[in-house]
Design a protein around this ligand. Structure first.
Ligand code: OTU
Length: 614
């Protein structure tokens, strides 16, 4: 099968391609045979796939091939403590792609080396889930720029040492994508790209064991479409049609679409909703073995055609299901995976003023294969999903649902809470689904009316960011958090967004706050400067690299988290509103205050220390 790939390459690329094929083909072929080998036309299909990969290989621009070579020589490049991510919506951060390019100096000043721009490809007309309903993978959203603008942006970012990460929404397409249009017009091949059922029989059987992502605004997992004369699988909104990966044509088309984007200079793909790629009756159709085989096959393809590219799994699933998305040494899968349990557990620790759940998550976080890491974060464009913590929240023998519901109520602004947020998609006011809100609002900055309250809220903001920065992961900041931006209520005035409170955390970049970023007499200035300082300190300590060892120290009181990184670096974090003490062994240096410390250290409410051994 490799012949078909090599045949379409120019002579000078063949030896390198043959080498990569020798490494990846023994992995790729059995994976694809396992998924599609039963089909009579499997060999012919595989040959065509290889030929299409060959064409994409030939089309890869020389500067990106150079990047591939550089990264192949240094496969752990993204594990460095000098890596820092930033995530933003194009329209909110820069207006359009050119506006984002204009903000590159700001990103560099902050130490950002990785920029995740939320969906910027042509979305569905009308409501489109913030761009997560894509109608063309080959066109930039005209409201945000042109394909030429994207090419210019990737070139500028690369020159500045910033890798561009793009969403690759591979679980579904919009109901006005060409395949969906053709299916509606009666094209049988296009219809086979989706899961379509003539009646409710099979959908009802699946529904018995399926969960619901948006139970309030998009209940159920199937949508009736008149033009299809039946029901189509729609895990998310009714206009997001799940692709049928049991059909090899879907896999081949999507792999090619991803590589075409890679050839435009996108260096990292955030593989959206990876948990849902394969359906199986009698299960919740999440995390199925075939979903992992599909991802491993995509990885093998990337390793052949564009080995400088990274794959990032977005799978919002319980902690025990997460490591599989990074694969193993024998079968690598994604390079990076969101650690949503760690993120959510940091928030639980604040709400409970105790680190029980957080410690349990850390204990459940295994060591990873080489050249793979977690993505750590405080907030993102989605809700904080509490259900991923079910196991950890009942590790003490208690009722996890009640416990997480209490946390959700806390961030919804229950009596006595400093948080101002909103519960997301809960059909039952006593259950926990998710919580929305900007970090500053959830940590108490929005409700603070005194300097003291503001100082405590800022400490909470820094505490959660300190955890993300020191855990041993690729940390990604969420646009606006570095300036302590608060909830944005304008979505309530937009009918197409009003029912989805995730828009609370999708504000437009605040130019005024940005202007004050150096002024430590202002809240944005205090946040920005304190965060920038942590980022600078982190860069100096290779003990904070993603793959440097991490040990959870058991001798800290429950209100605190003590994490050793190697034997020379220690982070102490007080998640409670009470002072906590911790007895240090030996002499340490406080990296933030730049002074020696030793003996018993008292941590003020929500205080954090980053210590290096003297
Ligand atoms: C992803 O998220 C995206 O991040 C969301 O913004 C999209 O709406 C969604 O996919 C559809 O494209 O389950 O594992 O609970 O965490 O929707 C993926 C809300 C997901 C998100 C959930 C989600």
């Amino acid at each position: 099968m490799s012949d078909r790939l090599l045949a379409v390459l120019p002579d000078d690329l063949r030896p390198q391609a043959a080498q990569r094929l020798a490494a990846a083909e023994p992995v790729l072929r059995p994976l694809l045979a396992g998924l599609y080998g039963e089909r009579a036309d499997f060999d012919a299909w595989l040959g065509n796939l290889m030929e299409s990969l060959g064409a994409l290989y030939s089309a890869r621009p020389p500067e990106l091939r150079a990047l591939d070579a550089q990264r192949a020589a240094q496969p752990e490049w993204f594990l460095s403590q000098r890596m820092l991510g930033y995530c933003a919506y194009v329209q909110n951060f820069g207006g359009d792609l050119n506006g984002v390019a204009a903000r590159i100096p700001y990103l560099r000043e902050l130490g950002v080396s990785y920029l995740h721009l939320l969906p910027f490809l042509r979305p569905r007309a009308g409501e489109n889930d913030g761009g997560f309903a894509v109608s063309s993978f080959d066109e930039v959203d005209p409201a945000l720029g042109s394909n030429a603008d994207l090419d210019a942006l990737t070139t500028q970012l690369r020159a500045a040492g910033v890798s561009l990460c793009s969403d690759f929404i591979l679980n579904h397409v919009a109901d006005d994508h060409a395949w969906a249009q053709a299916a509606k017009a009666g094209d049988a091949e296009a219809r086979a790209m989706f899961h379509v059922f003539p009646d409710r029989d099979i959908p009802d059987r699946h529904e018995r064991t399926l969960g619901q992502v948006f139970p309030q605004v998009a209940p159920g997992n199937f949508t009736h479409v008149e033009a299809l004369g039946g029901w189509v699988w729609t895990t998310f909104y009714p206009y997001q049609w799940d692709l049928n990966y049991a059909n090899p044509a879907v896999f081949a088309e999507m792999a090619a679409a991803m590589l075409r984007l890679a050839n435009r200079g996108i260096e990292v793909f955030r593989l959206d909703s990876t948990a849902f790629l394969w359906k199986r009756e009698g299960t919740n159709s999440m995390n199925q073995p075939e979903a992992h085989q599909l991802l491993q096959a995509l990885r093998a393809i990337v390793d052949i055609v564009a080995p400088g590219v990274l794959l990032k799994a977005e799978a919002i699933v319980p902690t025990r299901e997460l490591p599989a998305y990074l694969g193993s040494a024998q079968a690598p899968e994604c390079h990076i995976a969101y650690h949503s349990s760690l993120m959510a557990a940091g928030w639980v620790a604040l709400a409970e003023q105790g680190t029980g759940v957080l410690r349990e998550v850390i204990r459940n976080t295994p060591a990873l294969p080489a050249a793979a890491t977690w993505l750590s974060y405080v907030r993102c464009h989605d809700d904080i999903g509490w259900n991923v913590l079910r196991a950890e929240a009942s590790a003490d023998g208690g009722d996890s649902a009640a416990r997480l519901a209490r946390v959700a109520r806390f961030f919804g602004g229950a009596e006595g809470s400093y948080a101002i947020g909103a519960a997301f998609q809960s059909t039952d006011p006593n259950a926990a689904h998710g919580s929305n809100g900007m970090a500053a609002s959830l940590t108490g900055l929005q409700s603070a009316s005194t300097d003291e309250e503001r100082a405590l809220a800022l400490r909470r903001m820094l505490l959660l960011h300190g955890l993300a920065l020191s855990f041993g992961a690729l940390p990604v900041l969420y646009m606006g958090d570095e300036l302590a931006m608060e909830n944005d209520y304008s979505y309530l005035q937009r009918p197409q967004h009003a029912m989805d409170s995730r828009w609370l955390q999708r504000p437009v970049f605040d130019q005024q706050r940005w202007k004050h970023r150096y002024d430590v007499s202002t809240v944005p200035g205090m946040m920005h400067q304190a965060l920038a300082r942590l980022v600078r300190i982190r860069r100096r300590h290779d003990a904070l690299a993603a793959n440097a060892p991490r040990t959870l120290l058991a001798d800290a009181p429950d209100g605190m988290l003590a994490l050793a990184r190697g034997d020379r670096f220690l982070t102490l974090m007080n998640f409670s509103g009470q002072p906590q003490s911790y007895a240090l062994q030996g002499g340490w240096r406080d990296c933030v205050a730049e002074q020696a410390v030793g003996g018993t250290l008292v941590l003020e409410p929500y205080a954090m220390y980053w210590l290096e051994r003297e």
